[in-house]
Ligand binder design. Sequence first.
Ligand code: SF4
Length: 84
Amino acid sequence: MRKDGMFIAVEVDDAIASDGEIAKRLAEVCPVDIFAAVDGHVEIVEKNLDECVLCRLCLDATDSDPTHPSPVRVLKLYDGESAL
Ligand code: SF4
């Protein structure tokens, strides 16, 4: 799942998007409410995307295996879609 704002896009792997625990964790950690837990699924709140403060808390909350790409990606659209 991916949603794009003007400056920031967020991608969440389908493999974790329907994990209720991860959905809750993401909703808790993001200081600007870019994630919501709805019916046990991760929702990306499009209207808040450009409020992202690049804090990495969503990455830290989901990226337990450094040898694999993170299941959550924050992409800087103003910088060639480079990943946070
Ligand atoms: S980097 Fe921080 S502000 Fe941006 S989506 Fe992740 S938790 Fe939210």
